[in-house]
Design a protein around this ligand. Structure first.
Ligand SMILES: [Zn+2]
Length: 782
């Protein structure tokens, strides 16, 4: 009879009768190490033939197992969830008793204690434990949930509840969690591909005391709808929690706070979109999912109603305040570890709320989800509010008022107007006509974007500044630290990969009165401290340009007066062929004087221009003046050729340059002799002098009223410039008569005749007029 009943049990549990038998070695521990492999049987049905095979393996010391669920051998392969099951074991019971008695040692000590207690049990005591297990199963039966099967094992029971064949993985996992809690069952016996002992086979872990696994109860007609069973088990858990005399749910450490596996999923994958927080039966989460609608009730629950407003100016301060709020309290979750609420979790400890540095965080330990959130992000996810609304939600919840000072509002408007105005340079024809040179400058790649970026950074800094500033100051200014601007610019604008370039552009903009540079000592004290810190770090990390990058600017109104000045400066730049990459403090001082130099570079007012630079400047201006005085014009290579550099220790400078290369020892370099005909040195010194020339020439041509121009026919004729000289030349002012020889229109026509391939833009730059004018002239001729 036992055979028929066991066959029925296995065939019914394993839906269509098919199952997988496995053999696991159970001999003494040493042998077990060498025999750890699980042997899979080819037998698919519990037949007489299978029993023969099973008996053979049993004789060899193997335990006999079968796989109730179907679809494969691995957990992630299982697709057919045929039954949920638990394993009640005496050791679990002992462990619970020890902990309930107040055990405080390590997990290892606990293990040892459990083992020694277990081995000291006599058979009567073991029977007592089994009696407790039986009474638990029957208590659940009395509450309307009878088991489908009970299998007695050596130290406890396996209890089965058959499931309908449409059971989903998340339902199975939820049921396992509930049943483990209800029965204080083994936490390990819950995986989909779990192997369980076949009745009528031997438990052989103690070869001297084999035990025959017994099918104690078998009700083939009892089968559950998974969803229905979940609801019923949940009701049991709720009832037991308020009844003191129950034998169920004794071990609160196994309580599933909740299980996200209950939540709907898309195509079997954990889906963020599909999680329905309103149906989640956890703490305050359904309430939070209602968003603003649930807010009054949540406030009452958290006792935050009837509290006075907290006033903050700075949003960062609000964020810091919010991060300090107890997340467990907010979410209404008591335990530290629980089923992650952001993915369909089967792990009852994947979700974790912890505090660090008096801030609270949420962390998921699952590799599939792994979220790490602060309070704002949690609210965004649960309430599905957009980022700013989630922030507002928390502000309202914790009674926070975000106030703006009058100064802040005023500055916000100024920045807004400035940005709007700058944007207009892209399309407003009137504006472009009024300020043609400024337009040219702003349309240089990246410049307009950088200027707008500075405004944006300043806008974000406003609350911080409002907090730091002396509020009654009428001369309100906004600071935008350059480092921040450049960092943001480099991350967003691919045009400007080079920090120095970006920085030079800004220097010119200050010069052009569109921004005012301010010295560190003009900043609020708090900010000064921050800057000191930054400069220290920069020095430590050997960032040479920290001085330039950590400059601060005030954003000023772009009113007409300022724009006229900016237009004048732009014109000056344009006419002197100054490009944005060759302009610095030295040039500014030689062009506009020390006062202007100090206004634009307030942090460097004490700094002297190096002696070498000064003598090179003198030499350059001597050579340029001589050459132009002699023949009326000159050009770069001629100037450099004529320079007397015998007084400068260029060779030492050349060597010093290599000291920037790490790993090269300066002592070694000092001893290297640099020969006059060293090609590397010659190349380097030409480049060095050319750089100095381009730095000094604007001041020279400005002071002496020379001109810089691309060679054209007129100039060639005027100064008898040889045909092999190309590009830019520096020359004397051409006499009024000479200028009148040719008006712009005929100049354009002649250029086009001379070289048909010249583009309109090229002609425009040669003649010094607009492209539109060139095309007009050319059209008229046709
Ligand atoms: Zn998660």
């Amino acid at each position: 009879m036992a055979f028929v009943e066991t066959r029925d049990f296995i065939q019914v549990t394993a839906n269509n009768g098919k199952t997988n038998f496995s053999y696991i070695f159970e001999g003494n521990e040493d042998e077990r190490l060498f025999n750890s492999k699980i042997h899979k049987s080819k037998m698919k049905y519990y037949s007489k033939e299978a029993i023969k095979e099973i008996e053979e393996w049993s004789k060899k010391g193997y335990g006999i197992y079968f796989l109730p669920n179907g679809g494969g051998y691995r957990n992630d392969e299982i697709t057919e969830f045929r039954a949920c099951f638990i394993d009640m074991d005496i050791k679990d019971e002992i462990e619970h008793e020890i902990i309930a008695a107040g055990f405080t040692g390590s997990p290892n000590e606990l293990q040892e204690l459990v083992k020694s207690k277990f081995y000291s049990l006599n058979s009567a005591e073991k029977t007592n434990y089994k009696q407790i297990f039986r009474s638990r199963v029957s208590e659940l039966k009395q509450r309307g949930i009878p088991p489908s099967a009970i299998v007695e094992t050596k130290n406890g029971f396996h209890v089965y509840y058959l499931l309908n064949n449409d059971t989903q993985r998340h339902q199975f996992e939820t049921l396992e969690g509930f049943l483990i809690y209800i029965f204080n069952a083994d936490m390990a016996v819950k995986n989909p591909a779990r192997l369980l002992r076949v009745p009528d086979t031997l438990h052989l872990k103690d070869p001297n005391d084999p035990f025959t696994i017994k099918l104690e109860e078998w009700n083939r007609g009892i089968r559950y709808d998974a969803e229905d069973l979940i609801v019923r088990l949940r009701t049991v858990i709720e009832k037991v929690s308020i009844e003191a005399d129950s034998q169920l749910c004794v071990n609160s450490r196994k309580a599933p706070t909740h299980n996200t596996k209950l939540l709907p999923k898309k195509r079997g994958l954990p889906s963020r979109i599909a999680i329905d927080y309103s149906s989640m039966d956890v703490g305050n989460i359904p309430l939070i999912s209602k968003g603003f609608k649930g807010l009054p009730e949540l406030k009452r629950k958290l006792e935050l109603d009837n509290q006075d407003d907290l006033c903050y100016i700075d949003r960062d301060d609000i964020r810091q305040f919010l991060k300090r709020q107890n997340l467990k309290h907010l979410l209404g979750i008591d335990s530290d570890r629980f089923y992650c609420i952001f993915h369909n979790s089967s792990n009852s400890t994947s979700g974790n709320i912890y505090s660090y540095d008096d801030k609270w965080f949420y962390k998921c330990h699952s590799s599939r989800c792994g979220v790490h959130y602060d309070i704002v992000q949690i609210i965004e996810r649960i309430s599905r509010l957009p980022i700013h609304k989630a922030f507002d939600y928390l502000k309202e919840l914790y009674n926070i008022a975000e106030i703006k000072t009058e100064w802040q509002l005023d500055q916000e408007r100024l920045i807004e107007f400035n940005i709007e105005f700058l944007e207009r340079f892209k399309y407003d024809m009137d504006l472009q006509e009024n300020y043609p040179y400024l337009t040219k400058f702003l349309k240089t790649k990246g410049t307009l974007g950088l200027l707008i970026q500075i405004h944006e950074v300043a806008r974000r800094k406003l609350p911080q500044l409002a907090k730091m500033r002396n509020m009654d100051s009428s001369n309100a200014i906004v600071f935008a630290p350059m480092r921040k601007v450049i960092e943001e610019l480099l991350s967003e604008n691919s045009d400007l990969r080079n920090i120095n370039k970006a920085n030079t552009k800004v220097v010119i903009m200050i010069f052009m009165y569109l921004l005012n540079c301010v010295g560190v000592d003009q900043l609020p004290i708090e900010m000064q401290r921050g800057i000191e810190q930054y400069q220290k770090e920069s020095r430590k990390n050997n960032i040479i340009h920290y001085n330039n990058i950590a400059r601060y600017y005030e954003i000023v109104s772009m009113d007409t007066e300022r724009l006229i000045l900016a237009e004048e400066m732009s014109k000056f730049f344009y006419q002197n062929h100054l490009t944005i990459s060759n302009f610095n403090r030295e040039q500014l001082i030689s062009l506009c004087g020390v006062e202007e130099g100090n206004r634009v570079f307030p942090d460097r007012s004490e700094e002297e221009i190096p002696g070498l630079n000064q003598s090179i400047s003198k030499e350059i201006s001597r050579v340029v003046n001589n050459l132009i005085w002699e023949k009326g014009w000159t050009h770069e290579s001629e100037i450099i050729e004529h320079m007397d550099v015998s007084g400068f220790s260029l060779k030492q400078l050349y060597r010093d340059n290599f000291k920037y290369i790490p790993k090269k020892k300066s002592v070694e370099l000092d001893s290297i002799a640099v020969l006059d005909n060293d090609v590397g040195f010659q190349k380097w010194s030409y480049g060095f002098l050319a750089k100095k020339l381009s730095m000094n020439i604007p001041a020279i041509i400005s002071n002496q009223e020379y001109r810089k121009a691309r060679v054209n026919k007129l100039l060639r004729k005027q100064f008898d410039i040889p045909i092999h000289i190309k590009g830019f030349v520096y020359h004397q002012e051409i006499s009024e008569q000479g200028k009148q020889l040719e008006d712009k229109a005929s100049h354009i026509l002649r250029l086009k005749q001379h070289d048909l391939s010249l583009s309109n833009a090229k002609i425009a730059s040669l003649v010094g007029c607009s492209r539109q004018y060139v095309s007009n002239v050319l059209k008229c001729r046709d």
